[in-house]
Ligand binder design. Structure first.
Ligand code: MEV
Length: 430
């Protein structure tokens, strides 16, 4: 089979779909069994979540320890393939505990739906015409989601902007919708589509796009932590020196987009892992985070800040859009996501957002502390060394013993692992 033009794949049963992969990609029965092992999910369940399903792609699920958020201890599930992320978050959370852990809050769960009007002869006049119909717009939007309205959410306000573009001015209406415990994309897109014809009728323009904005500046999550200087010192450096190092690292990121992309990526290591573990849309969170980092002060900046308090302790903060939900979407149907939400003990989307922001701050603090002191590789290397040791044939206790030597010698390589293992086994035989 050579053509990828395959119609009706979605109508085939699992066996037939696997047969296509077998023929097209030369996949073996063992490989197909791996892909087709849907674990905690029934094939039917996965099949209803997306199209053309052939199986699942599992990720490791770890649990971060030591987190205290708004006075409550939480164990935080994190789904991620990258070594060291869970350990780093747990370490940072332990260091934050001395000064009470994380104090987090949210702005409320308001998302923005955009409606694009083009070809309006008098854009500024049209703006005021639309604003004059605010109540009518809100009423017709809210008719589309009585359940959301019943729970205290729904469309709450209207804003209109005139945006200059390469194709002339566009009149862009923002519908502000309180999404309560839903992520809200479906509700917002439905509302935006419903009110569009009225906007055309009032302004004489033509509507094109009607869609949620991921720059969710009205759905922010924030967290703050004080890292006691004594709690963050290392074997080689005093607490004061570590604080200074982290301040230098933060200043670098906040001034230089090349560094800032990596700095913010480190934040997202923690954030995405919890977002994925709870079945939320990590692309929406990623898009919102980076757009916010660029939007809030006219250049790409750090999502976190660091300062010293009067006593010389390090004060860290984070603020970013956090469009996550608990109802609707995968969170409500994915059994692992449901168990993870239960473990977190959160009852509202805002509480979840607060924990996620705290993890982002912890992750960033851990990365900066490592980078500004011993460097990131040593921590990374110990887990990597265990993988190398196992690949070289070490089993049971041998794995840790071989890995220890590789890390100590800073030679985390297969050839050295094989030598160390042979040596170890030689000694055992004697
Ligand atoms: C690696 O996944 C993340 C870091 O690069 C983040 C950073 O540099 O701040 C360690």
């Amino acid at each position: 089979m050579t053509s990828s033009e395959i119609s009706g794949f979605y109508r085939k049963g699992a066996q037939e779909r696997w047969q296509v992969l077998r023929e097209f990609g030369g996949l073996s029965d063992a490989e197909l069994a791996t892909i087709g092992n849907t674990g905690a999910l029934a094939f039917d369940q996965v099949n209803r979540m997306i199209e053309n399903v052939v199986g699942v792609h599992p990720l490791p699920l770890g649990v971060a320890m030591n987190f205290r958020v708004n006075g409550r201890d939480v164990l935080v599930p994190m789904a991620i393939e990258e070594p060291s992320v869970v350990a780093a978050a747990s370490n940072a959370a332990r260091m934050a505990r001395k000064r009470g852990g994380f104090a987090a809050s949210t702005s409320g769960p308001v998302m923005i739906g955009q409606i694009q009007l083009v070809g309006v002869p008098d854009p500024h006049g049209a703006r005021l015409t639309i604003l004059a119909h605010r109540d009518e717009i809100l009423a017709s939007a809210n008719e589309k989601d009585p359940v959301l309205v019943k729970y205290g959410g729904g469309a709450k306000d209207v804003e209109v902007r005139v945006v200059e573009t390469a194709r002339g001015p566009m009149v862009v209406t923002h519908l502000l919708v309180d999404c309560r415990d839903a992520m809200g994309a479906n509700a917002i897109n439905t509302m935006a589509e419903a009110i569009a014809p009225r906007l055309e009728a009032w302004t004489g323009g033509r509507v094109y796009l009607r869609i949620i904005s991921n720059l969710a500046v009205r759905r922010l999550a924030r967290a703050r932590a004080v890292f006691d200087k004594e709690a963050i010192k290392t074997d080689e450096l005093s607490g004061e020196e570590v604080v200074e190092g982290i301040l230098e690292a933060f200043a670098f990121a906040d001034a230089d987009p090349f560094r800032c992309a990596t700095h913010n990526k480190g934040i997202m290591n923690g954030i995405d892992a919890v977002v994925v573990a709870t079945g939320n849309d990590w692309r929406a969170v990623e898009a919102g985070a980076h757009a916010y980092a660029a939007w809030k002060s006219g250049g790409y900046r750090s999502l976190t800040t660091y300062e010293k308090d009067r006593e010389g302790n390090l004060v860290g903060t984070i603020e970013l859009p956090m469009p996550v939900g608990l109802v609707g979407g995968a969170t409500a149907v994915h059994p692992t996501a449901k168990a993870n939400v239960k473990l977190l003990g959160v009852k509202t989307a805002s509480e979840l957002a607060e924990i996620i922001a705290s993890v982002g701050l912890a992750q960033n603090f851990a990365a900066l502390r490592a980078l500004a002191t011993e460097g990131i590789q040593r921590g990374h290397m110990s887990l990597h060394a265990r993988n190398i040791a196992a690949t070289a044939g070490a089993v049971g206790d041998e794995i840790d013993r071989v890995a220890e030597v590789l890390v100590r010698e800073r030679k985390v390589r297969m050839d050295r692992a094989a030598e160390v293992l042979a040596d170890l086994r030689g000694k055992m035989d004697k």
